[in-house]
Design a binder for this molecule. Structure first.
Ligand SMILES: Cc1cc2nc3c(=O)[nH]c(=O)nc-3n(C[C@H](O)[C@H](O)[C@H](O)COP(=O)(O)O)c2cc1C
Length: 358
C-alpha cells in the first residue's frame, strides 16, 4: 500500500493517513481502538468530559490498542449568561417538554468548559500522542505545555485566514473543515456566514497558504473522496459521519437508522441544539426553531436546555428532537464494523491511485 505523500503518516506515526474524527458524544474507546488497530488514527472527542471521565476513557482505549491515539477538546469562549435569552428559550422549549411529559425546562448551565489547566494536567499525565482543538486554540501557555512534552498538535480551520493563524501559533498540521462537514463548524476567526467554503474550494487554498500538512475534512465518505482530497493537495483526511453507522459508534439507534435512510439534501446547519452552528439531518425541532436560532443563549448553554428533550426523544425511538449530526455525504454511509469499513476505505482509495478513474 502506498500513499501519494507520507507527510502526515510520518508526523503521526500511523500507517494510513485516515483519521476517524473525534466526535464528542459519538466517538467511543471501541471505535478509536478499532481504527487505530487498522492502521489509521482513532480519536476521542473529550470536550464534554470531566478530567476523571477523560482519564478512564483513555485507560479503556489503551487496553484495546497500543497504537497512537488522538484526543480532542473545545477552545470556545466561556459563555456570558443572559437571563432574557434564557427566559425566551424556556418559553420556546416549554411546549415540547409538556408534549413529552418531561416537566420544567432545565436552566441554562455550561455543561462543557473550554480546555483549561485542570484538563491540561490530565492530558500531561496520560500523554496521548496527538491532541487537537475545535473552535480555535486555547491560551499560549496551555499550548506550550502540550507541545513541550512532544505531543503533536492539530486544530480545525474553516478558512484560509484561520489556517494561517494556526500555523503561526504552532500547530503541526491543519484540519481544513469544509462546509459539507457533519457536526459543529470549527469557525473561530472568520464570521460563521463568511466561512462556508466547501472542501473542494477550501483544501487547495489552504494547501497554498501554509507549509504544514493539511488534513481534508467534510463530505469525505469513501475511497473516491479520499483520493480526491490527495488530488487537492491534502496529506490526509479526517472523516466523521462515515464512522457514525459503525456498531462501535456511541449514538442512539434511531440516529443510525435515520443516517442510513438519508441523502445529500437532508442536512442543514443549525444553532438550535447548542447555540453554535452545526450540521445535522433536518428534523421537526430544527424546522420549528429555524426562525428563533438567534434568540437562544450562547454555546454551550443551550445544550442543557435541550438535553432532556434529546434523550427522551431517542429513548422513544423518534428522531424529532435528537441532534442527528451528519455531513452532506451521508447517502454514502455503510453499516459496517469500524475495522471492516476502514479496510474498505484503504482498498477503494488505493484502487483509484493504481487504476485511475473508472
Ligand atoms: C457527530 C459528530 C460530532 C463531532 N464532534 C466533534 C468534536 O467533538 N470535535 C471536533 O473537532 N470535531 C467534531 N466533529 C467534526 C469532525 O471533526 C469533522 O470536521 C467532520 O465530521 C467532517 O465531516 P464529515 O462528517 O462529512 O466526515 C463532529 C462531527 C460529527 C459528525
Amino acid at each position: 500500500v502506498t500513499w501519494p505523500t507520507t507527510k502526515l503518516t510520518d508526523l503521526l506515526g500511523i500507517e494510513h493517513p485516515i483519521i476517524q474524527a473525534p466526535m464528542a458524544g459519538a466517538s467511543t474507546p471501541a471505535l478509536a481502538a478499532a481504527v487505530s488497530n487498522a492502521g489509521g488514527l482513532g480519536s476521542l472527542g473529550c470536550a464534554m468530559q470531566t478530567a476523571d471521565v477523560f482519564r478512564s476513557e483513555i485507560g479503556t482505549t489503551r487496553k484495546a490498542t497500543n497504537r497512537p491515539i488522538h484526543v480532542n477538546f473545545f477552545a470556545h469562549e466561556a459563555p456570558s449568561p443572559d437571563a432574557a435569552k434564557e427566559t425566551r428559550a424556556s418559553e420556546l422549549l416549554a411546549p415540547y417538554y409538556e408534549e413529552l411529559g418531561l416537566g420544567d425546562v432545565p436552566p441554562a448551565v455550561a455543561t462543557h468548559f473550554p480546555f483549561d489547566a485542570t484538563m491540561l494536567e490530565a492530558v500531561l499525565a496520560v500523554r496521548p500522542q496527538i491532541v487537537s482543538f475545535h473552535f480555535g486554540l486555547p491560551d499560549e501557555e496551555l499550548i506550550r505545555a502540550i507541545k513541550d512534552t512532544g505531543i503533536i498538535l492539530l486544530c480545525s480551520a474553516t478558512s484560509v485566514r484561520e489556517a494561517v493563524d494556526l500555523e503561526k501559533r504552532g500547530v503541526d498540521a491543519v484540519i481544513a473543515q469544509g462546509w459539507e462537514a457533519g457536526g459543529h463548524r470549527g469557525t473561530y476567526l472568520s464570521s460563521f456566514e463568511g466561512a462556508r467554503a466547501g472542501t473542494m474550494s477550501l483544501v487547495p487554498q489552504v494547501v497554498d497558504a501554509v507549509k504544514l500538512p493539511v488534513i481534508a475534512a467534510g463530505g469525505i465518505a469513501d475511497g473516491r473522496g479520499i483520493a480526491a482530497a490527495f488530488a487537492l493537495g491534502a496529506s490526509g483526511v479526517q472523516m466523521g459521519t462515515a464512522f457514525l453507522t459503525c456498531e462501535e459508534a456511541g449514538i442512539p439507534d434511531i440516529h443510525k437508522e435515520i443516517l442510513l435512510k438519508s441523502r445529500d439534501d437532508d442536512t442543514r446547519v443549525t444553532k438550535a441544539f447548542s447555540g453554535r452552528p452545526a450540521r445535522g439531518i433536518v428534523n421537526r425541532y430544527i424546522e420549528d426553531m429555524a426562525a428563533h436560532e438567534d434568540e437562544l443563549p450562547d454555546f454551550p448553554l443551550v445544550n442543557t436546555m435541550t438535553g432532556p428533550l434529546r434523550k427522551a426523544s431517542a429513548a422513544r425511538g423518534k428522531g424529532d428532537f435528537v441532534a442527528l449530526w451528519s455531513g452532506q455525504s451521508v447517502g454514502l454511509n455503510r453499516a459496517l464494523p469500524a475495522g471492516e469499513l476502514f479496510e474498505k476505505l484503504v482498498e477503494e482509495a488505493q484502487s483509484v491511485f493504481q487504476h485511475g478513474i473508472k
